[in-house]
Design a binder for this molecule. Sequence first.
Ligand code: F0G
Length: 449
Amino acid sequence: MNADVAYQQCINPDCGARFDCGFAAGGFKCPKCGELMDTQYNWDKVKLPKKLSEFGQRWANRNNPLDFSGVWRFRELLNFCDDEYKVTIGEGQTVLQQNDAVAKYADMKSGCLFLQYEGLNPSGSFKDNGMTAAFSHAKMIGAKSCVCASTGNTSASMALYAHSCGLKSTVFIGSGRIAFGKLSQAMDYGSQTIQIAGDFDDCMRQVQDVSTKLGLYLLNSLNPFRLEGQKTIMYRIIEQMGWEMPDWIVVPGGNLGNSSAFGKAFSELKQLGLIKRIPRMAIINAAGADTLTELVNNKKLVWDNGKVNQKIIGDYYADLTARNFSPHTCASAIEISRPVNLKKCLRAIDVCNGVVRAVTDEQIVDAKAVIGKFGLGCEPASAATIAGLKILRAEGEISSDERVACVLTGHALKDPNVTVNYHKEKQGEFSNPPIEAPNNLDEIIKLIS
Ligand code: F0G
């Protein structure tokens, strides 16, 4: 354990309690005050490269699995465990695609829009960046059995890493709330799959109690080691932009782990003198699951140096409960109304001068079809980024010549139902329905345009 280098710390400035990295009980919440915790580093004890580009040189050494990994290539920036514990299955071989056709759709100038396709990860979503880090921590502390609540991708990724490193795994999913591609993965990768009669927020509540009661290692993004791995998505965007910073990062917002991790990544790089400027961040909710948008834009909730106004959050959640509210969106990955990383996300908004918007399901499925037609495709939640960018362009918040990187968080095949329904049922402007043809050559030829 890198005990002299890394530690966990409560994010509540009135508490700030520190624990060593061996601690994993209580769903990773601070045992003193119950707040979220960070993984932090004594940076003066870390041997860092002078320039970020030195990390990229490791690619030449890709027969070493840790140099091949798009996460561990940056290992000094997430230096919480020794190499002997590090788990890797080749995550992070993702691409940043400059895409002018999608740029045009979002009213951006040519050369200004970049799509970071995290669907290329082994389990088909960005989650693998986090799991490789969290499972390394799990191995380091000797965990034998793990658990998560999920809208699908966390469960797929956890199941894959769990069997890869010999841990038993159990996933909690909301019954009927998960896309089939993801459910099939959890079962196929051998996880015990428990379908709870409730939504993701219900599963999240249950899993925290279960993990505490049974001492199971928790792999939701409450786990600060998972978020350390997710920081590397930002490093790889900068790497693929020739070590230059984009002006904006656009990311879907669900449980708010990514946005939190990205803010931490940038604030550390700046503190370490490895970057000069922090990009702005846009976090995009689905309109049917827009807690962050409501709290930030309407209730004016802010980080305020860690003194977040708990009453605003409490009142908002009490109202959700009173209305018996359950979130609904076709982007099932982000169908979440009580995001566990809310406070860390507020911190990230503060660090990145961030903005928050919500997009409708119609905007999401149209944007998804455009990304499919002109890009590498993605699942609905990922397409919220382009839908959100289009809104931010229309508002003038983002200029057409700023350089924008959108994180496409999940693979196009994760949720075939939404895609097929959009095209077959002619739900939108970009629908491309199949054409019925008789089994006759002349008739078939007539139909080919
Ligand atoms: N995009 C995809 C494809 C996701 O699966 C998720 C979250 C998000 C975006 C939102 O990311 O939580 O960091 O804000 N999926 C989780 C899951 C909740 O269980 O798979 P976030």
